[in-house]
Design a protein around this ligand. Sequence first.
Ligand SMILES: [Zn+2]
Length: 87
Amino acid sequence: MKIGGVGEVMKVGDLVKVKDCEHLYDVSHPFYEACECFFCSGNSNRIGVILGPAPRNSWAVMFDCGEWRLDEFDHARGDVEVISESR
Ligand SMILES: [Zn+2]
């Protein structure tokens, strides 16, 4: 199955960016809840380098706050964007 267009394939060495979490930034909002995901709690810039393949169609990715796994589904959903391809 082919998903997306040009530069839409993740590979080792690529720089990827994880989309910002959809949460409320206004602390005074009644529904405000601080996001506690890996990236928010690690105060990450959300940019990582793909280290190599990981089990179940995923990739091991090194971020400034540590290693995380992303899969092709995250990518297909648009939650992960390839910002710089290795050549
Ligand atoms: Zn988050």
